[in-house]
Design a binder for this molecule. Structure first.
Ligand code: ADP
Ligand code: ASP
Ligand code: MG
Length: 452
């Protein structure tokens, strides 16, 4: 790595799969190994390093980009080093993905990424221009220019490392870095994208790699709420939420942060904040459990309509049946989420129900049908009009009766529960999609989460 310099603390692997983490980001921030800590403290003495991320609605047109530039300018004026990560203009990624799909039934994924990544290229250039027009030194950085190194999984690539040497040098020289979110470069040198909502992950990975003091995610709501505020009017803004709870909320459907971004923030101890682009306010901090003073039993409720249910009716009730169903699904790279298998009354045949992501639904049905002979089920019943509701809270570890409250509340509204799954800090149920709003609001009240 050469002589100690800002670059030394910034290059490294950021993936959870890399337990070593190359001693960067969070490790360096808390004063990791020898030289790194020294380099870091020198930098901190100078100024803070901030990563700001602006989502699609925040950069939806030039007027809003000018408003974003105000926020960047204010951060810069307070003497901080600023790296900004931008999303594509609202609706643009959908438009680009749609165009790619129109070309034919199975478009080449690497070309799809070239197209999808274009939205962020435009906004990074526009914001750099607007900043320059105000005499603020700024330049755009595309994913491959940083570079943000990813694996080869086009459309849902994982970041392996962010090599920030060059970018950090420019930051230190006072230049604002405007980084196109969502983009990376694969091992073969081709453009990759990080999955929908991936700019959050770009921002957190950059913050980790830069050893940033804060990563501020600016969006169209003023923080993280107890439930999606667009559906539950009485949702309450949280001042703080734990990484663990946010990780569950995100992975169970709250799209305010991409799941991977929370995972990275947790692993690298990135100080993460969600706040509004449009109004001033403190937002919500994502923190360690010890930093939460008043712990609620339930912190939030999430929902996901990205589920589809498959039931194999009258499957033989014998050892090895589950393996022979889920084996081929795993081989086809299809993730199975919830599973229920009934006890058979006669010891001969049973019903087996499971859910998969809607995007995998058709393929999952095909896989099951292909293996129909060996599985020997009576009937195949499918339902894509389902929603998974999840109640989340670290307080569940020490409190009983949380699940019962969920079942009772839904029962009182006449809502049938189709599948249940639980883990240490969450309970999920699958219900008919038409009851989504009713169930969310009822549960929100039942757990005492409603705003006063
Ligand atoms: P951006 O374009 O800024 O990345 P997103 O649309 O990806 O914004 O995420 C913000 C949206 O997340 C909000 O508009 C809100 O509807 C939704 N959301 C879902 N659950 C929550 C929650 N618990 N708290 C806040 N917002 C949530
Ligand atoms: N533009 C991408 C999307 O719409 C990434 C992002 O906004 O985070 O999913
Ligand atoms: Mg988003």
């Amino acid at each position: 790595m050469g002589a100690p310099g800002a670059g030394d603390i910034v290059a490294g692997a950021v993936d959870r799969a890399d337990p070593v983490g190359a001693g960067f980001g969070g490790t360096a921030r808390v004063g990791g190994a020898g030289g790194r800590a020294a380099v870091f403290s020198k930098r901190v003495a100078r100024m803070a390093r901030i990563v700001q991320k602006f989502g699609g609605t925040s950069v939806a047109d030039l007027e809003r980009i000018r408003h974003v530039a105000d926020r960047v300018a204010a951060e810069r004026a307070s003497g901080n080093e600023v790296a900004v990560v931008v999303s594509a203009m609202a609706g643009e990624t959908n438009r680009l993905v749609g165009l790619a799909r129109e070309t034919g039934p199975r478009p080449d994924q690497s070309e799809c990424d070239v197209i999808a990544a274009a939205g962020e290229q435009v906004t990074s250039g526009l914001l750099a221009l607007v900043l320059q027009s105000r005499n603020i030194d700024a330049r755009s950085w595309l994913g491959w220019q940083v570079p943000v190194r990813t694996d080869i999984h086009h459309g849902k690539a994982r970041i392996l490392a962010v090599e920030t040497d060059a970018l950090a040098d420019r930051l230190a020289a006072g230049q604002v870095a405007v980084v196109a979110g969502f983009q990376g470069i694969g091992p073969d040198g081709r453009v990759t994208t990080l999955g929908r909502g991936g700019s959050d992950t770009s921002a957190v990975a950059l913050a980790a790699a830069l050893g940033a003091d804060r990563c501020d995610i600016y969006t169209d709501v003023d923080g993280i709420y107890t439930a999606d505020p667009r559906i539950v009017a009485k949702a309450r803004k949280l001042d703080k939420i734990t990484y663990e709870e946010m990780l569950e909320l995100a992975s169970l459907g709250a799209k305010v942060l991409q799941t991977r971004s929370v995972e990275l923030a947790m692993n690298h101890r990135v100080r993460l904040r969600v706040l509004s682009s449009f109004e001033d306010g403190p937002g919500t901090l994502v923190v360690d459990e010890e930093e939460i003073v008043e712990q609620q039993v339930v912190s939030g409720i999430a929902y996901s309509t990205d589920e589809a249910k498959i039931t194999l009716v009258r499957v033989a009730d014998r050892p090895g049946v589950a393996a022979s169903i889920f084996g081929p699904l795993a081989n086809a790279n299809i993730n199975v989420d919830m599973i229920v298998q009934n006890m058979s009354a006669d010891g001969k045949a049973t019903d087996l129900t499971f859910t998969v992501a809607k995007t995998d639904f058709e393929r999952a049905v095909q896989v099951v049908e292909t293996h129909a002979g060996e599985l020997g089920y009576g009937d195949l019943v499918t339902d894509a009009d389902v929603v998974k509701l999840s109640v989340i809270g670290v307080g569940m570890r020490s409190h009983a009766g949380i699940a019962q409250m969920m079942f009772k509340t839904l029962a009182e509204r006449g809502i049938n529960i189709q599948v249940i799954s639980t883990s240490e800090i969450k309970i999920s149920v699958l219900i008919a999609e038409e009851y989504t709003e009713l169930a969310l609001r009822a549960l929100h009240s039942a757990y005492g989460l409603d705003a006063a």
